[in-house]
Design a protein around this ligand. Structure first.
Ligand code: MG
Length: 124
């Protein structure tokens, strides 16, 4: 089934790198969107929910952990799988954001294989 993806990161360069890595991983999406912070992501999701979101943590305006909480309050996004992508790697932070409703965590630097491993369970 065709899947949709949103990449949320405040760095445009990082969004490009993530997009390229997703392509290299062989995973295919039928629509991809980008957002530069949590507010922008919420605005776009309100109009068009996505299947999978790759989400940075450190961002201005609304960071990734706040964004996860907001998305989990939205009925329209209850099936959206959220995978955090961050240089932060403390177990406490990872456990916290998973408890808040994220579905996975990828630490930077990442590889296409890591994307394949973490995202393919959500591609069915
Ligand atoms: Mg950032």
């Amino acid at each position: 089934m065709a899947k949709t993806l949103m990449i949320v990161d405040d760095s445009a360069t990082m969004r490009k790198i993530i997009m390229r890595t997703v392509r290299m991983s062989g995973l295919q999406f039928d629509r991809t969107e980008e957002a530069g912070n949590g507010n922008e992501a919420l605005e776009k999701l309100g109009a068009n929910p996505v299947d999978i979101m790759l989400c940075d943590i450190n961002m201005p305006e609304m960071n990734g952990t706040e964004l996860v909480k907001k998305i989990r309050e939205m009925d329209s996004c209850k099936n959206t799988k959220i995978v955090m992508v961050s240089t932060e790697s403390s177990q406490e932070l990872i456990n916290g954001v998973i408890a808040d409703g994220a579905n996975g965590f990828i630490t930077k630097p990442f590889t296409p294989e890591k994307f394949q491993e973490k995202l393919s369970p959500f591609m069915n």
